[in-house]
Design a protein around this ligand. Structure first.
Ligand code: ADP
Length: 305
């Protein structure tokens, strides 16, 4: 069963320096990395690396960064036939400065990602109709994202929304087409007004979200793990104990893993545990899409944990 991801594609350019530059200052850094980023690309790479046939639907420009992004996606076995090359906009980039303590500044130029519209949904109809799971995030405009949700949902896909980055309209965003919503702690607070810091507050936040549409709520709670609520059942899924070095894209690897597990027919509880293992493993490596684990190591961690 295939997975469709409707979302953003970026190239991340990360510069490392002892400290962050001050306004007007030029600083010599120690090293830099370039890599695939954007929540859509990261989640697609995560599910494809596990072995699920995965279509990414989105846009890049017609520039050097587009070639790098498409090449990286193909290297992770992501199907890019629905990635449109937009000659009027540049490929999305994120310029990231990181200091020795891991503190960072990030500037994102969304470029082609913000030009995604209903024509991208139309072009990808066959892929959306064939998908058993559709993964969404909020780095492309909400209107075409909702069209994709409506279309795939009607065709029978489970629609999963990662409400990140959290939008200004979080409190009254339409969630009626979403089957499973997966906010982290901060996003949960923006969406519901409740910061989940224990089982009671997590349950209360989940009830708010259920009332807006999603039948299932999974709160991603970092090293605490995840809180799963189906309306009838609510429980914590403990995090796997790992030596974390970089938590960038842990949430994206979680969602890619969740989609993989659901597409394999695992139930929601098993799928959430599988996703926790993917999120945990991604924190043991640097980078975004590149940090996503393969199936063998996830199975290994599940067996040990
Ligand atoms: P986001 O990246 O969206 O902020 P989280 O930080 O909550 O999301 O991470 C997503 C998931 O990855 C968590 O629910 C958890 O299962 C796993 N995870 C994250 N950080 C750790 C960690 N330090 N140790 C183990 N698992 C982790």
């Amino acid at each position: 069963m295939t997975i469709a991801v409707f979302g953003s594609i970026n190239i991340d350019i990360t510069a490392y320096s002892e400290r962050l530059p001050r306004p007007g200052e030029t600083l010599h850094g120690t090293r830099y990395l370039t890599g695939l980023g954007g929540k859509g690309a990261n989640q697609a790479a995560a599910s494809a690396k596990l072995g699920a046939p995965t279509h990414l639907i989105g846009r890049v420009g017609d520039d050097h960064f587009a070639r790098s992004a498409l090449h990286a996606l193909e290297s992770f076995a992501v199907d890019i036939s629905y990635v449109h090359r937009d000659s009027s906009n540049g490929t999305g980039i994120a310029i990231i400065n990181v200091d020795a303590r891991g503190e960072n500044f990030i500037t994102v130029i969304a470029g082609a990602n913000f030009a995604v519209d209903d024509s991208d949904v139309e072009r990808a109809r066959a892929g959306l109709a064939a998908a058993s799971v559709l993964l969404l995030q909020l780095e492309v405009p909400q209107a075409p994202m909702m069209s994709a949700a409506g279309y795939a949902g009607q065709a029978g896909a489970k629609v999963v929304l990662d409400p990140a980055p959290v939008p200004p309209n979080a409190r009254d965003m339409d969630l009626s087409l979403i089957d499973i919503i997966t906010p982290n702690e901060v996003e949960t607070e923006h969406l519901t007004g409740i910061r989940p810091h224990d089982i009671a507050t997590a349950g209360e936040a989940a009830r708010h979200l259920h009332a807006r549409g999603p039948k299932s709520v999974i709160l991603k709670l970092g090293e605490w793990g995840a809180f799963l609520s189906t309306g009838e059942e609510a429980r914590m899924i403990e995090a796997f104990k790992v030596a974390a070095v970089d938590t960038v894209a842990a949430g994206d690897c979680f969602n890619g893993g969740l989609a993989y597990a659901l597409s394999q027919g695992m139930d929601l509880g098993e799928s959430a545990r599988f996703a926790c293992a993917c999120g945990a493993l991604s924190t043991t490596r640097y980078g975004a899409a590149a940090a996503a684990p393969g199936l063998a190591e996830v199975k290994d961690l599940l067996a040990r944990g």
